[in-house]
Design a protein around this ligand. Sequence first.
Ligand SMILES: C[S@@+](CC[C@H](N)C(=O)[O-])C[C@H]1O[C@@H](n2cnc3c(N)ncnc32)[C@H](O)[C@@H]1O
Length: 234
Amino acid sequence: MKAGRTKLAPATRRLVAEVYGSLDYEALGPVYCYEGGDEFWRAKRGPCARLGSRVALLLRKKLRRGGRSLYVGAGVSELPALIMETQELGRAVEPYNLRRAEVASLNRACRPISIAFQAVDAVQAKGRFDHLWMVSVLNDPERFPHLSPLSYGRGNPLTLDPLKFDRERRIVRALVARCMGKLARPGLVTTTTEEVIWVAEWCHRHRVPYRVGKRYYPTALVGDPICFIQIGKS
Ligand SMILES: C[S@@+](CC[C@H](N)C(=O)[O-])C[C@H]1O[C@@H](n2cnc3c(N)ncnc32)[C@H](O)[C@@H]1O
């Protein structure tokens, strides 16, 4: 497939547009919003495809052909990267997401392109991957209500519950350890500026060299900036 240096290949762009065009936004509304889902998606689907495609283009330069990517907590935002990887690099992708309704919607839209999301914990993924994508998972306020405010630098010493915080920190550390254990070296991690510390901590503990990219890239839905970390390259 022919790909330009500054744009995704025309076939990839067409597929990205088709998949975003066929998503059931009515079903996705309640997944992302308590109310106002229609308005949310009217405003966000364009930026989501556009910013996601920009990150997909960057990834294309960093990943080799024919490898495997583990996507932890992949949703609507990750579609351009997933499509690029399969279409332009011939890579295998395994996206995991615990929200059943979102997974069902994504799988309906992705059926023609054979990308299958799984509604199970990503730690169940088998084998080795040379790319781990984990974006806005470890700081998710829904899953980690006691840890998330600290991740965003908004912790309140008056209301912090240290026991609940500690329990969530253990879960996050365990998730990072299980996922990083599946990463081949050298490998690549795509994550957010708020989540880098968990990956860095794991690397320090395991004496694995890592290099965090200096540039950050905006995202449309959660809004946490994305960065890339090279793992295991001295
Ligand atoms: C805040 S959302 C972020 C979604 C998407 N990455 C984005 O940036 O728009 C966090 C997602 O991570 C998923 N998640 C959390 N822990 C997970 C795990 N262990 N395995 C798979 N998915 C997980 C949740 O189900 C949820 O869909």
